[in-house]
Write a protein that binds this ligand. Sequence first.
Ligand code: AMP
Ligand code: MG
Length: 306
Amino acid sequence: MFLALGTVNTISLTNFDDASVLKNAAVRVKELHRRLSVFRDDSDISAVNMAAGKKFVKVHPDTLLLLKEAKRFANLTEGAFDPTIRPLVKTWNVGNHKQDVPSSIEIKSALSLINDKDLLIDEKKSQIKLRQQHMAIDLGAIAKGYAADEVRRFLLENGVKNAVINLGGTVSVIGGPKIVGIQNPKEKTGIAMGHLQLENKTAVTSGSYEKFFQKGGIRYHHILDPKTGYPANSGLSSVTLIGENALTLDALSTAVFVMGAEEGCRIAKRLHLQAIFVTNNHQVLITEGLTDIFHLSQSEQPEAMI
Ligand code: AMP
Ligand code: MG
């Protein structure tokens, strides 16, 4: 177990003795944290944010690739996922000390800075620029996905045949089947509302229970709608997507949480992903491909929780 990417991470290998592989997998995650975190002044992302409206900044290939993918997903989701959301995230500051609803003027001013088209990528020179001053990138919705893919690739290259990678709720299974618990949005952390059997697959959840504050009887959570400037209000408490590529699932679980179940189902179908939606009134909806591997039960002992 180790801390990185603002979360608790575990990588468990079955029948594998080389401890250096496990150690180096964790090193890789920490290295990505150093490059991608908005909370470190020396990260690539902070360097780009500090130079917003001024100049291009050279970044590591990891950062370049992730920003290219981020733009692709912003496009695919028509802006429901937007990597330039940082000014709005900062204004709301959910999960930090300020537990207050921002004024509509603050929200408007943050919204005026959000536009993935103003994230400029010069691929040849491996450099990035944000077009306007005060714009800022936040990769909180996809960094864990990319890191999980990287760990998975590294473990497979090193001969691992059986593993569970859990980067703060982004779970990737090598071999299996393994049982993964899906968090009940209405219960304490660790209480599942159902279980998934995963074999050589990845699952990612986005939920409004993860980070929030209450004010005047209303719950304000951390997944923001770039169109309204407010926490997404699409009728969902959580969405879990199941597929192969963790980066795709991570970007889309955040976006689908913003878009809602109907649009989410359409995207899932188009991209051959499976989905579990938990609605605000606690209905559980699943896509067809999950009938044999998802069970609504609380009694099973999961190997990972998301
Ligand atoms: P996740 O838990 O993967 O759904 O990501 C949520 C995190 O991504 C938040 O804590 C914010 O840092 C950031 N975020 C919130 N809303 C969005 C959005 N609509 N698009 C991109 N990133 C977002
Ligand atoms: Mg995400």
